[in-house]
Design a protein around this ligand. Structure first.
Ligand SMILES: [Zn+2]
Length: 329
């Protein structure tokens, strides 16, 4: 488990912007397995300290922990957003709430209003949980390409190309990080004061029903699951229309990306990519559809389809972090 690491060395000194973007996309998206908001808070802390690095691109644990504590204090105490984790409470929440009680800090105090002496005490506690749960985890997700660290020396060094990248695209990274952090907090906290706008914005492009596609596909193909080949009985909720390349990536409903599937496959596949051999089946399936020239609707829907597009989409989705490959049970 990478988050238990005490030392992490830089694995790659030469990185292109494309390499770094790819890693960023993975750590920011929900494809990277994450159970808490820690990574987002660490990225925010890094951004906040981009101009604090010394000539060797190093930061102290204190600098990072100060920013990290501030982020959580303001989320938890000021905004009452206490769920920062799936399942049990995140350790940082417990630390901050205990500190607030112990030092009698009023709710309306943002972190910078607390006396320096108390700040230092809280930061030092938070730092110990960062050592346990935070530095190693993000290090692992970036495959050691973003930074090096050493718990004993409390040494943290950003990889220079990553530092340059973060400076170049700082605004974009801040927006992306805030967006994903907010989306996760929104999901974890059922607080009436937040109105789930982010979730709404994410889904406004989504079609409410794929039924018309189901009918079209049933006109041309046997009622079988594309993935497991099971016969689809026609019972209520048995036949599903599945996005071969996940909707969350394509953000659109093209017939050449839609297949009939059974309830079990549709559910377990969710927004994962199917195994590569299904890409071949998909291309064959679409070849059949392209030849249905007599169906005017299908013909117009297949007009802009190219086999190459399907392959590109498959590969781009992997590049963008859809790297959990699904196989039917
Ligand atoms: Zn199936």
């Amino acid at each position: 488990m990478s988050h238990k690491l005490k030392v992490g060395e830089l694995q790659e000194t030469y990185l292109t912007d494309e390499d770094i973007w790819r890693t960023f996309t993975i750590i920011l998206s929900n494809k990277s397995v994450k159970s808490s908001t820690y990574k987002y808070a660490l990225i925010k802390s890094l951004i906040e300290n981009l101009y604090q690095v010394n000539e060797n691109f190093e930061l102290t644990y204190d600098q990072l922990a100060y920013s990290f504590t501030k982020v959580y204090w303001n989320l938890i105490v000021t905004h009452h957003l206490e769920k920062q984790n799936r399942g049990k409470n995140a350790r940082v929440v417990t630390i901050i709430k205990e500190a607030q009680r112990l030092y009698g800090v009023p709710n309306e105090f943002s972190f910078d209003k607390i006396s320096e002496e108390i700040q230092i005490k809280i930061v030092s506690k938070v730092q110990s949980t960062m050592k346990e749960n935070v530095f190693g985890a993000l290090y692992g997700d970036t495959k050691g390409t973003f930074y090096a660290f050493d718990h004993k020396k409390e040494y943290f060094k950003i990889n220079p190309p990553v530092h340059a990248f973060m400076l170049n695209y700082q605004r974009l990274i801040v927006n992306l990080t805030n967006y994903h952090l907010a989306a996760m907090i929104e999901q974890l906290n059922e607080v009436p004061s937040i109105n789930y706008l982010l979730g709404k914005v994410e889904s406004i492009a989504r079609r409410s029903s794929l039924r018309p596609f189901e009918k079209l596909l049933l006109n041309h193909f046997e009622a079988r699951c594309f993935y497991c080949n099971k016969t689809l009985s026609g019972h209520k909720r048995e036949t599903h229309v599945d996005h071969f390349i996940p909707w969350s990536f394509v953000q659109s409903d093209h017939i050449w990306n839609l297949v009939l599937s059974c309830h079990t496959c549709n559910r377990s596949k969710s927004d994962k990519l199917p195994k590569r051999e299904f890409l071949e089946f998909m291309i064959d399936r679409n070849h059949v559809l392209t030849n249905k020239q007599e169906d005017q609707q299908v013909r117009s829907m297949m007009m802009n389809y190219k086999e190459r597009k399907m392959v590109m989409l498959y590969e781009y989705s992997i590049k963008n972090g859809y790297d959990t490959i699904w196989v039917p049970r």
